[in-house]
Design a protein around this ligand. Structure first.
Ligand code: SAH
Length: 343
């Protein structure tokens, strides 16, 4: 279905930029992967689905920040791409230790997926307001706590190649009746031979978040796989938990690119915001008390000791998600430094 839409657009307009291809494959209003599939737990598994401790520690982190903000009477708690709602449900259960937090929050879910929206509403026992874009959340004077786990990696990303002082864009075309990559010559461009990515949607989202944080105060916690410095291309596809070719199974596989944390940091600093991280997920979770919390749960449920340990290892060990995933926070005022980022 979606392949026909992609083919038609190429026939009408010529080769597609990688970001346009990703936009159609992931976000096409009817056939896009994130409009039509449960995705989370099917083609890939995320940290909140691996262990309840992930969302619980983020809950403790959010309460700490709420206290740093001076326990405001109203607070907008925003999650970008909440998946099955597990992180939010675990966070809110933990937050019960602080009744004033639970009373202060208005929860905004940024989610385009109707199947996931239904799952979220079932497991989260709080009123939820839905928007499709962060920019659609109404302005208010309340501080923000914004959380995004594995969200930025699904935003459409372009890929460029500079070879012998010529800039090419990697595009998607039809070759021998099938979708294929092609390099389209753009302009002369001085510099070393290099391949790199740029995500216009990520940049505009981060700029929007920065200006809201400046206006309303608060923090954005972002967890994803990515890099702070470096080049290369990172488009990858997962289909039934197995890597697949990004141009096959269009609309049926998850497509992601690594997040450029260096670029996000640069934008936040230009806005005069505070920045901490990117720090490895393993270190952040340990700083937040991963081992202590696992110990408590093991004492309560000795029969679950092995699976609790396994989950903690998957989330924090450098050979699993511990190093690949990074945690970063941007915040205003820049003097209110969040916990968890001690090196
Ligand atoms: N944070 C969740 C899910 C990550 S998968 C977890 O950790 O389990 C990506 C999530 O972002 C899904 O909920 C998906 O439906 C949502 N999503 C993808 N593209 C989106 C977009 N353009 N706008 C809003 N939500 C989007």
């Amino acid at each position: 279905m979606l392949e026909a839409v992609v083919n038609q657009e190429i026939e009408e307009k010529g080769p597609l930029s990688q970001s346009r291809f990703m936009e159609l494959a992931l976000h096409h209003p009817i056939y896009g992967y994130y409009r039509s599939r449960e995705a989370v737990g099917q083609d890939f598994t995320t940290s909140p689905e691996i262990s309840q401790v992930f969302g619980e520690l983020i809950g403790a982190w959010a309460i700490d920040y709420y206290e740093k903000l001076g326990q405001p009477q109203a607070l907008s708690l925003v999650e970008l791409g909440p998946g099955k709602g597990t992180l939010m449900a675990d966070l809110l259960r933990t937050a019960k230790v602080c009744p004033s937090f639970s009373e202060a929050i208005n929860i905004h879910m940024v989610e385009i997926n109707p199947i996931l929206q239904a799952i979220q509403q079932k497991i989260i026992p709080y009123p939820l307001t839905y928007v499709e874009k962060f920019a659609a959340i109404p302005d208010s004077s309340h501080p923000l706590i914004i959380i995004a786990n594995e969200f930025l990696d699904v935003l459409p990303t372009n890929c460029y190649v500079r070879k012998e002082h010529i800039l090419y864009e990697r595009c998607i075309d039809i070759q021998n009746g099938k979708l294929g990559f092609t390099l389209i010559k753009r302009v002369e461009n001085k510099g070393p031979d290099q391949i790199w990515e740029e995500s216009p949607q990520t940049i505009s989202l981060i700029k929007g978040i920065c200006s809201q944080l400046l206006k309303q105060g608060g923090i954005f916690l972002c967890i994803d796989y990515g890099y702070e410095q470096g080049n290369g291309e990172s488009l990858q596809a997962l289909f039934n938990k197995e890597p697949s070719h990004p141009l096959s199974n269009v609309g049926k596989s998850d497509l992601t690119c690594h997040v450029n944390f260096g670029r996000i940091k640069e934008i936040a600093l230009l806005h005069g915001l505070g920045v901490v991280g990117p720090l490895s997920q393993g270190k952040f979770l340990k700083n937040m008390g991963l081992d202590i919390r696992i110990g408590m749960l093991k004492n309560k449920n000795p029969l679950k000791s092995v699976s609790l340990e396994k989950g903690a290892t998957r989330l924090s060990h450098p050979l699993h998600m511990g190093n690949l995933f990074k945690v970063m926070a941007i915040f205003s005022p820049s003097s209110l430094i969040p916990i968890g980022f001690e090196e």
